[in-house]
Design a protein around this ligand. Structure first.
Ligand SMILES: C=C(O[C@@H]1C=C(C(=O)O)C=C[C@H]1O)C(=O)O
Length: 100
């Protein structure tokens, strides 16, 4: 009797923990989805600002790409995020280049 009661309790505890874990994950995923939305909006904003700079430089006889500036950006991302930061910065620069 007491062993059956213990088994029921432990099943209920497991169910409560499962529900709690699902809640934690669900809430955290909502936050991740919101953050991804902001990141994507920011990337699109960065692309537009970058295009404006490139347009202005080309219109005044300059080149689209300025490698020294890109090196600064790659270094910033590498300092904050390590090697994957460099990869991320390269992807961002690729997105932002050549869209004028
Ligand atoms: C936007 C610029 O032009 C290009 C694009 C860059 C960028 O998207 O960050 C950086 C350097 C340039 O190759 C700039 O010179 O600042």
């Amino acid at each position: 009797m007491s062993s059956s009661s213990t088994a029921t309790e432990s099943t209920e505890t497991a169910a409560t923990e499962t529900t709690g874990t699902a809640d934690v994950i669900g809430t955290a995923r909502e936050r991740i989805d919101a953050l991804d939305g902001q990141i994507l909006d920011l990337v699109r904003e960065r692309m537009a600002v970058s295009a404006g700079i490139q347009e202005a430089r080309i219109a005044s006889g300059g080149r689209r790409v300025q490698l020294s500036r890109e090196m600064e950006i790659l270094d910033r991302y590498r300092q904050r995020l390590g090697k994957p930061g460099t990869t991320l910065a390269m992807t961002l620069l690729e997105l932002c280049r050549g869209r004028v």
